[in-house]
Design a protein around this ligand. Structure first.
Ligand code: FPP
Length: 242
């Protein structure tokens, strides 16, 4: 995809960038605000990052927006996150279309409240013809559960006689993951300085380059995204070879 005139020029653009958007709570706490305000500000970072990724020529951007573990947060916080998500899905359709962004989602989507699930479906449909960036939201997502569901799906295929266990290799198995339509991420960005994967894309991140920034997610803007791509540009990916 062509580099947009607004973005810096990169020699080597990652095809797929995945982001663990962390630090919303701490950002709010530092300012004596309720955690919710950090999430609200985080939506602005989502907007800026989607634009930056599109302008850089990234093809796939996966955002870890809500984990299966996040359901255990206080009900008021979960409710607000769901409301922010629904608002984003409803209000951003025009902007996504303007920027030629196609929305997709991965995770246990049936766990979402019906109103959020319905809006998600609607926005996916409304942006399905766009041919630029594919924005993938990980919602009610767990890497371990994704792998377990893939195993269950493989077993069903075996029981139906559609595959022979001897044929199962990485390619066959990958076709049973939520991410079967997308390449593995080339670059993982995690904000707020934490050095963890937090159950995100456990299978898919095997050979992904990591970039951890101390910036808290609500402060993350286009220059932070460009800095991560700049760092990726200079990496020498060997995939276990020399
Ligand atoms: C992590 O910060 C962030 C989340 C659990 C939610 C991310 C959600 C958004 C950015 C807004 C909604 C998303 C979209 C796509 C519109 P934290 O709360 O764990 O922060 P902490 O570690 O400082 O407590």
């Amino acid at each position: 995809m062509p580099n947009h005139p607004k973005a810096p020029k990169f020699k080597n653009v990652p095809r797929h960038v995945a982001i663990i958007m962390d630090g919303n709570g701490r950002w709010a706490k530092q300012r004596g605000l309720p955690r919710i305000e950090g999430h609200r500000k985080g939506v602005e970072s989502v907007r800026a990052t989607v634009e930056a990724a599109g302008e850089t020529g990234v093809e796939f951007l996966t955002l870890y927006a809500f984990s299966v573990e996040n359901w255990n947060r206080p009900k008021a916080e979960v409710d607000t996150l769901m409301r922010l998500l629904q608002q984003f899905l409803r209000d951003e359709i025009a902007e996504l279309n303007k920027h030629n962004v196609r929305l997709q989602a991965i995770g246990r989507l049936a766990d979402l409240p019906a109103s959020v699930g319905g809006q998600l479906h609607e926005t996916i449909l409304a942006t399905s013809r766009n041919t630029g960036l594919t924005l993938i939201l990980a919602l009610s997502y767990s890497g371990r559960i994704e792998i377990i569901e893939a195993v269950q799906s493989v077993i069903r295929e075996i029981q139906l006689g559609h595959i022979d266990p001897a044929q199962i290799d990485e390619t066959v198995f990958s076709r049973h993951l939520y991410t079967r339509y997308y390449p593995d991420p080339d670059l993982l960005i995690r904000t707020s300085g934490e050095m963890r994967l937090s159950n995100f894309l456990l299978w898919q991140l095997s050979y992904t380059e990591l970039f951890v920034t101390p910036t808290l997610w609500p402060d993350f803007r286009k220059p932070d995204f460009y800095e991560a791509v700049r760092s990726y540009e200079s990496r020498n990916r060997r995939y276990g070879r020399i």
